[in-house]
Design a protein around this ligand. Sequence first.
Ligand code: AMP
Ligand code: ZN
Ligand code: ZN
Length: 417
Amino acid sequence: MNYTLAVIRRTVLGLLMLLAALGCRPSTPPPSDRPILILISIDGWRWDYLERFAPPTLSRLAAEGVRSEGLIPQFPSKTFPNHYTIVTGLTLAHHGIVSNNMRAPDIPGAYAMSNRDVLADPRWWGGDPIWNTAERQGLIAAPMFWPGSEAPIGGRHATFWRPFDDDLSNADRVSQLLAWLRLPEGERPSFLTLYISDVDNAGHTFGPDAQQTRAAALGADRSVGELVAGVAAAGLADRVNYVIVSDHGMAALSRDRMIVVDDYIDPATADIVDWAPVLGLSPKDGDVDKMYAALKDKHPHLQVYRRDDIPPVYGLAGHPRVPPVVGIADEGWYITSRSEATRWEQHERDSPGGTHGYDARARSMQGLFIAAGPGLRRGLITGPLENIHLYNLMCAVLGLNPSPNDGDPAVIQDMLR
Ligand code: AMP
Ligand code: ZN
Ligand code: ZN
């Protein structure tokens, strides 16, 4: 979308959000009857793992609740942009997290998901994440490890959150959630998140079809099973709703599908913000036309655009956080440097497993969506669902007035009980 339009739209959204915050609220049930919602992300769980790997807990929850045949991510189908869409209902252009790695003209330094300081800087994060929606309307939230939860977005943190620590075992993550759920009424959160990264890690290293990925998926399912059992033991089974998602899927890579940047430009002449499968470049000498011409139509599986000319379907044209030259690899193709490609060719590196980030219309980029619990229909299977609709669904389950967002409430209406 044209950036000026995006700014106007964001201003209007902001005003509506303010009115929503000041205005009427749904009548809240007494605390002891209030629904609880646990949002679970299993990073990189491709839609077909559910049938291929037959995980017992997820299969049972899917049968008892709602599931879609896939969850359609936003482009680029990467972790941070999509996790943040799920909790805001906003497209990337509207919430501002346009990639895992980016620059912004008005914020010094680079955004990277490994940099704790930038993750905690609220200037990067637009929109109203559901934990803020919930806390403004009187609920307590515990968004553990969810992208955005470490920043005081809109000037506030949720009541409970923890700095991201990928070394914390899944069992300990589940234990933390259960400890919060065992708090007395009035202190207990109504919205919580669980994040599991192993399935994505295995998909990257070994590929979507590997035994190791299957093992990681079954391990993630066991963790969800421990959570469900803990919820029941805490006497909360009839109040807890589960929304189980992934941020994107996974496509297999191959040594035969490499696009080597050095074949077209000297990588030292560019500030390379992003590599694969979406290349983001800023020429160091400022000559965008020259860099664009050096890459455009040079590789049959690399589509190259100037920032302003990115096709509308990607929703990012002209966005100031998008680099001036962008190259998008076709599904299954990898963009790399000569030195990394050589290591692969000489088998000094393990064979490339998988990646994601591709055009969100590719079936392999679709993720998981299951929703089960007292607020949700039983036994409903829908076609592939776009992830912008989940914020409205979660607000409806929790009885919240949603902030303005890009989702369509009509899409999720049938999923509610
Ligand atoms: P991706 O390859 O885009 O799917 O990114 C996956 C990686 O993101 C995981 O392996 C995690 O290490 C990292 N990650 C996920 N959530 C967070 C977070 N809240 N803070 C920092 N890193 C995260
Ligand atoms: Zn991810
Ligand atoms: Zn990943």
